[in-house]
Ligand binder design. Structure first.
Ligand code: NDP
Length: 490
C-alpha cells in the first residue's frame, strides 16, 4: 500500500498499534484505492496517550518559554524541508490538487509553529498596583488538551491546534478525522525529531467515538474541535457537563457580496477561490454570492466562462486545479445537494455532473458547479454543502444585501467587494460574522483572530487569542504587612 505508516498511533514518542482496534482503511479519493490500513484506537491506546501527556506536561511547562519556542521553530524548519513529501501524503489522503498542498498545507502549519514559537517568549501576565499592595497575574498552562480535526486541512489543523497549546506549556492528544489520518503522524515524528520530549504530542486514530472518549476523559482539561455544527454541539455538551474549556471551530455558509462598483474580475476570482479551492471544502468559503442587479448578468456570464476552464483531474498532476471530494459519503452529499438545487427551481448554469476521467473511474469527482436564480430560502442557499457548488443570489440595495447576508444561523465569515470605502466599512461592520474580508479573499493572517459567531463556533484562534485558548489566568494578590486583618476571636 502506497502510504502505509509505521503504525496507526503515535504515543509517548513512538508508533504503536493495537490489533483489537476496528479497521480504519485510508482511501485515495481520486481512485477509491486503499492506500493504508490503520486501526481505530482502543480504550487502552487512548489511556496510554492521555497518561503519556499527563506525565510529560509538568516538566515541559517549567521550561523557559523561549526554550519551548525554539523546539517549535526547529519543527517548522523540518516541515518546510519535507514539504514535497508532506504535500504528496496530503494529496493522497485528501485528494486535493498537489499545486495546493505544496503551498497551503504543511507550509501553513510551519508558519504557525514559527509564529507561536516566537510569540510565546514575549507573552506575560501583568502587575496591578493596589496602592502599595499589588497583584500579579500568571498565565498557566491547562495541562492535557485534546485536539480534534476535520479532513479538509489535516496537517494545517494539527499545527494550528498543537502549536499554541505546546508553546504555552500544555501537552496534546490529537485525533485526526477518520478520513485523513496520515499527516498528523508525520507531524508527530517531526516534533520528536525537533526535540519535543516524548508524550507531549500524541496522535490517536479513530471514529467519532474515539473523539468522544477523549472529550469525556477526566484528565483532559481542554477540547478544541474543528468540524461541523452537529459535532460541535455534541462535543460542547459533553465538555460542558464536565466543566472543561472548549473551543469550537465549526461550519459556515458565508455571504460574499459584490456591489455594482466592484472590480468585477477580482470579485469573480474571489468568488471562484471561495467556492472551488480545495474542491469547495473550506469552512470559511463565501458560498452565497450576492451580486447587485446592475452587474448581475455580466458577472454571471464571465463567472461561467472562467469556471468552465478549471482543470479537474489527477490531483498529483501539477497542472490540475481541482481534485475530487474527500470521500464517497461527501461526494454523495454534494451530488444530492445539486439535485435539491434543481428540484427547488434554481438554474444550473454550469457543471453539476460527475465527470468521467480516464483512469479515475473510482474517484469522487464533481464538476465545479454554478447555480443562478437562487433565492435565499432555497436549501442550497442555507445549508452547508462543503463542495464545489456556488450559488448566485441577486440583490438590489445595500440594506437588502445585509438583510439577506445575515439571514442564516451561521456566522463564520463574510466578504465585501466594492469600490466605495465608506460602504466597505459599513457593510463589514453590519455582517454578523467573526471575520470579514474586504476586496480580498480568505487568507489567514496568524496574528489576527480566526473564528465564528452564531452557530459557527465559540472562541478565537490566532495571535494572543490562541494563548487565551490554552491558558488559565491566575490572580495573586500580595499584602505588604500593613494590611488590616479583622481581629475576630483574638
Ligand atoms: P465532522 O464534524 O464530521 O468531524 C470533525 C471531527 O470530529 C472528526 O475528527 C470526527 O471524527 C470527530 N467527531 C465526530 N463525532 C464526534 C463526537 N461525538 N465527539 C468527538 N469527536 C467527534 O466534520 P468533518 O470532518 O466532516 O469536517 C467538515 C466540517 O468542518 C465542515 O462543517 C466545516 O465547515 C468544518 N470546518 C471548520 C473549520 C473552522 O475553522 N471553522 C475549518 C475546517 C472545517 P470522524 O471523522 O472519525 O467522525
Amino acid at each position: 500500500m502506497r502510504a502505509q505508516p509505521t503504525a496507526s498511533h503515535y504515543v509517548n514518542g513512538r508508533y504503536i498499534d493495537d490489533e483489537q482496534g476496528a479497521p480504519l482503511p485510508v482511501i485515495y479519493p481520486a481512485t477509491g484505492e486503499t492506500i493504508a490500513m490503520l486501526r481505530s484506537a482502543t480504550p487502552n491506546v487512548l489511556e496510554l496517550a492521555v497518561e503519556a501527556a499527563r506525565a510529560a506536561q509538568p516538566a515541559w511547562a517549567r521550561l523557559k518559554p523561549v526554550e519551548r519556542g525554539r523546539i517549535l521553530r526547529r519543527a517548522a524548519d523540518i516541515l518546510r524541508a519535507r514539504n514535497a513529501d508532506l504535500a504528496r501524503i496530503e494529496t493522497l489522503d485528501t485528494g486535493k490538487a498537489i499545486q495546493e498542498t505544496l503551498v497551503a498545507d504543511a507550509p501553513s502549519a510551519a508558519d504557525c509553529l514559527e509564529y507561536f514559537g516566537g510569540a510565546v517568549a514575549t507573552y506575560n501576565g501583568e502587575a496591578v498596583d493596589l496602592g502599595g499592595p499589588f497583584a500579579y497575574t500568571r498565565r498557566e498552562a491547562l495541562g492535557v488538551c485534546a485536539g480534534i480535526g476535520a479532513w479538509n486541512y489535516p496537517i494545517q489543523i494539527a499545527g494550528w491546534k498543537s502549536a499554541p497549546a505546546l508553546a504555552m506549556g500544555n501537552a496534546m492528544v490529537f485525533k485526526p478525522s477518520e478520513n485523513t489520518p496520515l499527516s498528523a503522524l508525520a507531524l508527530a515524528e517531526i516534533y520528536s525529531e525537533a526535540g519535543l520530549p516524548d508524550g507531549l504530542f500524541n496522535v490517536v486514530q479513530g471514529y467519532g467515538d474515539v473523539g468522544a472518549g477523549l472529550v469525556g476523559h477526566d484528565v483532559v482539561a481542554k477540547v478544541s474541535v474543528t468540524g461541523s455544527v452537529p459535532t460541535g454541539r455534541k462535543v460542547l455538551s459533553l465538555a460542558g457537563s464536565k466543566m472543561k474549556h472548549a473551543t469550537m471551530e465549526l461550519g459556515g455558509k458565508s455571504p460574499l457580496i459584490v456591489f455594482d462598483d466592484a472590480d468585477i474580475e477580482n470579485a469573480i476570482g474571489g468568488a471562484m477561490l471561495g467556492n472551488f479551492y480545495s474542491t469547495g471544502q473550506i469552512c470559511s468559503n463565501g458560498t452565497r454570492v450576492f451580486v447587485q442587479s446592475g452587474i448581475h448578468d455580466r458577472f454571471v456570464d464571465r463567472l461561467i466562462e472562467r469556471t468552465k476552464k478549471i482543470r479537474i483531474g489527477d490531483p498529483l498532476d501539477p497542472e490540475t486545479q481541482m481534485g475530487p471530494l474527500v470521500s464517497k459519503a461527501q461526494h454523495d452529499k454534494v451530488v444530492g445537494y445539486i439535485g435539491i438545487g434543481k428540484q427547488d427551481g434554481a438554474v444550473l448554469a454550469c457543471g453539476g455532473n460527475v465527470p468521467s476521467l480516464q483512469g479515475f473511474d473510482g474517484g469522487f469527482f464533481v464538476e465545479p458547479t454554478v447555480f443562478t436564480g437562487v433565492t435565499d430560502n432555497m436549501r442550497i442557499a442555507r445549508e452547508e454543502i462543503f463542495g464545489p457548488v456556488l450559488t448566485v443570489i441577486p440583490f438590489t440595495t445595500e440594506e437588502d444585501a445585509i438583510a439577506k447576508a445575515n439571514d442564516v444561523d451561521y456566522g463564520l465569515a463574510g466578504y465585501v467587494w466594492t469600490g466605495d470605502a465608506g460602504r466597505a466599512h459599513r457593510v463589514a461592520q453590519a455582517i454578523e460574522a467573526g471575520m470579514v474580508w474586504v476586496n480580498s479573499e480568505n487568507v489567514r493572517h496568524l496574528p489576527t483572530p480566526f473564528g465564528g459567531m452564531k452557530s459557527s463556533g465559540i472562541g478565537r484562534d490566532g495571535g494572543d487569542y490562541s494563548f487565551d485558548f490554552y491558558m488559565e489566568t491566575k490572580n495573586i494578590a500580595i499584602g505588604l504587612g500593613q494590611h488590616k486583618v479583622p481581629k475576630l476571636g483574638a
